[in-house]
Design a protein. Structure first.
Length: 375
């Protein structure tokens, strides 16, 4: 069972990146946590001013809410079916909540299969940082975006060497952890040979080197998709992973070692699933529950949650919604600062189109949607 220490936090700055291998340096400091969850007016599901965005799209989407600005826009990236990546955003300072985009970038990278988006503290307003895998799983790429210039996407910078044969079997998952003084970028990606590779970028080093790969769980089978968070279990905070293998969801957790992460379990938490899952730690409950959404093999979406105030850390679900959509390819879940303590917000990729859902903060805890964002 995991230790129960609370996480602290600390943060970072940016130019370009290089790819090298190496060992993790033991570091302790954390970044002070910022609270984004503030009461606000309920969201409108659709308004007359909202427009349908252009599609189609492919692969798994990745959604976040910015931590700067007044309300903080929603930022969304998703692979395009021909080549490159599409970037969308929702203006949360406009009461009509209009979506904008797509801004297309990364065409030189060819077809992209999986993406993972975070916001760091590089740049004046916190650059967006993106990890992508190519179609075929032969290499990992890093892009970054300067919010001062809407078209300012830079990259790709190579994290892994290009391979002639497939290396990665699923999407990447990246977080901005609180390892190190500034906070490293940590990412995991499933391997064709089984298990996962873990990479991390040392943001305390001015050259911003990527370290890895550090492979783990290689005897646990081949995984098709993964989602990762850093929780407030352990010190300075364990890495928590939910991964899909076939129609099963499996849970792992890792704690910092002197040189590499020490990974525990796995534990099967669900069956009858497909596509790319998405995991967060919310502010519901005292400790903060784990909230998980995953596409179901039978169609639609399944919502699960883990009660982190229960010593047994029991998972509950699935609570099904969006069944009329049919098969869903992938989802991305966040907790926003709409509502109190914060609505759950979700973007799903369905048949090449983007669908938006949100769940209120109570007392009904009702999933609202789908609102289709792309034609």
């Amino acid at each position: 069972m995991q230790g129960k220490g609370r996480k602290k936090t600390n943060k970072q700055k940016e130019p370009s990146s290089t790819s090298v291998t190496g060992k993790r340096k033991p570091k302790k400091e954390r970044k002070p946590a910022k609270s984004e969850v503030t009461p606000s007016k309920p969201e409108n599901l659709r308004t007359d001013r909202e427009t349908t965005l252009m599609g189609p799209v492919s692969g798994n989407p990745s959604l976040l809410q910015r931590i700067d600005g007044n309300k903080g826009n929603f930022e969304l990236v998703v692979p395009m079916p021909e080549s490159g990546i599409a970037y969308y955003w929702r203006n949360n300072d406009d009461e009509m909540l209009p979506w904008n985009g797509p801004v297309k970038f990364g065409a030189d990278a060819g077809r992209v299969e999986g993406v993972s988006l975070i916001q760091g503290d590089f740049g004046e307003n916190g650059n967006l940082e993106l990890i992508a895998t190519d179609l075929g799983g032969r290499h990992l790429m890093h892009f970054w975006h300067d919010p001062a210039t809407p078209l300012g996407w830079y990259g790709p910078n190579q994290i892994s060497k290009r391979s002639l044969v497939p290396v990665f079997s699923g999407n990447p998952a990246m977080i901005w952890s609180n390892f190190g003084h500034r906070g490293n970028f940590d990412l995991v990606v499933p391997l064709v040979a089984g298990g996962f590779s873990h990479y991390w970028r040392d943001n305390d080093d001015p050259t911003l080197p990527w370290r890895g790969p550090f492979n783990f769980a290689t005897d646990s089978g081949i995984f098709d998709a993964v989602t990762m968070i850093q929780s407030n279990f352990g010190s300075p905070g364990n890495l928590e992973i939910v991964a899909r293998s076939g129609d099963r969801l499996v849970f792992f957790w890792g704690e910092p070692g002197e040189e590499e992460m020490k990974w525990h379990r796995p534990e099967v938490i669900a069956t009858g699933v497909c596509g790319t899952p998405s995991l967060i730690q919310s502010t519901f409950g005292n400790k903060g529950n784990f909230e998980l959404v995953v596409p179901l093999s039978s169609g639609g979406l399944g919502y699960y949650w883990r009660d982190n105030d229960d010593d047994h850390l029991h998972w509950y679900g699935p609570f099904m919604f969006g069944m009329s959509m049919g098969r869903v390819e992938g989802v991305s879940l966040i907790q926003s600062n709409f509502g109190d303590p914060g609505h759950l917000e979700l973007v799903a990729q369905v048949g090449g189109h983007l669908a938006f859902f949100w769940r209120d903060s109570g007392p009904d805890f009702k999933w609202n949607g789908p609102q289709y964002l792309t034609m």
